[in-house]
Design a protein around this ligand. Sequence first.
Ligand SMILES: NC(=O)c1ccc[n+]([C@@H]2O[C@H](COP(=O)([O-])OP(=O)(O)OC[C@H]3O[C@@H](n4cnc5c(N)ncnc54)[C@H](O)[C@@H]3O)[C@@H](O)[C@H]2O)c1
Length: 425
Amino acid sequence: MKQVTAAVIGAGNRGTAYASYALRYPSELRIVAVAEPSPVRREKMGECHGIPSNMLFENWEELMAHPRLAEAVLICTQDRMHYQPAIMALKKGYHVLLEKPMATDPAECLKMGACAEDYQRIFLICHVLRYTSFFSTLKKLLDEGKIGRLISIQHNENLAYWHQAHSYVRGNWRNSTESSPMILAKSCHDMDIMLWLAGADCQQVSSFGSLTHFKQENAPMGAPARCLDGCPAEKDCLYYAPRIYLTERTDWPVSAITNDLSLAGRVEALKTGPYGRCVYFCDNNVVDHQVVNLQFANEVTAAFTMCAFSAEESRTIKLMGTEGEIRGHMKKNEIEVVYFGTGRKDLIRLEKAGSGHGGGDDGLMRHFIREIQGEAEAKTGLTSAGISVQSHLMALAAERSRLEKKVITVSDYVTEVMRGWNSAD
Ligand SMILES: NC(=O)c1ccc[n+]([C@@H]2O[C@H](COP(=O)([O-])OP(=O)(O)OC[C@H]3O[C@@H](n4cnc5c(N)ncnc54)[C@H](O)[C@@H]3O)[C@@H](O)[C@H]2O)c1
């Protein structure tokens, strides 16, 4: 199969992770250009992939000012910087791999889906969970009718307390006005998985949730704004920054706090950057717990819980059918099928996956490359731009439900968004 060429926009955490596929599978993918404002990141990616200096760009605008430089582009900028480069890339004829969330604005999600159709380009959103052996096995078991007709889904996203503090209190996704609401940033994956497993369009959404813990009123007595400024709660606080970021470990999440991972570099980051702040004195507003109820067109119902207060990070799920139930624990990579009547139980232990997100990162890249190469199997489509648009609209509808305290009918929501879009054009 022919090698695919790609340009990377945003050589941060995700851009580096997807580009690393080219280092592991050089016969399949070659990174030929990068756009990244940070000179350290840009040059690092240039060196890793042997990219000539005239193909290193300071931002996506510069890269897009050139005629098409590769077959594909991997867009891995922050949440609010997806729409413009994605539309431009589709118009320039690139196949596009776009990080989730597609956009934070529902009209932009719809416009991107329409643009991918108009320009007939492959447009894949990084819903990495679809490509894990865990979720693809669940889907296969349902499709094989192992538990009869699916009736209901209970799905939990158990977020580890330290991950919430790192990404959603101190970090990039702490404030919905700068990035995305939690249900979009973290759980658009889960909306997408429930849509896939339910096997029908989502009709109704309701949601509740709040930011309850990570706020000023819960700060320990006498806590300063930064952990390094002599916090009296240093010994007991679960979120004391030096204990998290100044150990021997420098992989993620520590790698996100600075490009200089020496001890001195990290101390400086805690003194001056966002990750040294007391978690109770941050400018965060995203929820630390949220529930969503969903009704699908085939009468399947789903109850989803995202909660920041878990010891262990994992997704757990229970699928209830007319003839049995399936329970799954993603971290353990274990699935149990229980058959009604006989009470027989089958325990499926899946192989531990090598790459990030339970093997989803590599699975997604492989799928994207196969689609570009035009392999028939990939063309059958595990997902499509239209489906990703729907799962994003489910998340955005859930957020509206939470804020407006009402049940949202998805079709009405889409009509309203389209009306706003048409009148604005
Ligand atoms: N699929 C998943 O499971 C998953 C997981 C984590 C994050 N994400 C998403 O991936 C995206 C990137 O997250 P990240 O953790 O890699 O962030 P990051 O901050 O590490 O990387 C973003 C990069 O974009 C660069 N950038 C900024 N302006 C730019 C411009 N004009 N042109 C080109 N590059 C520019 C930044 O300098 C930075 O290096 C986010 O939207 C995030 O929500 C997805």
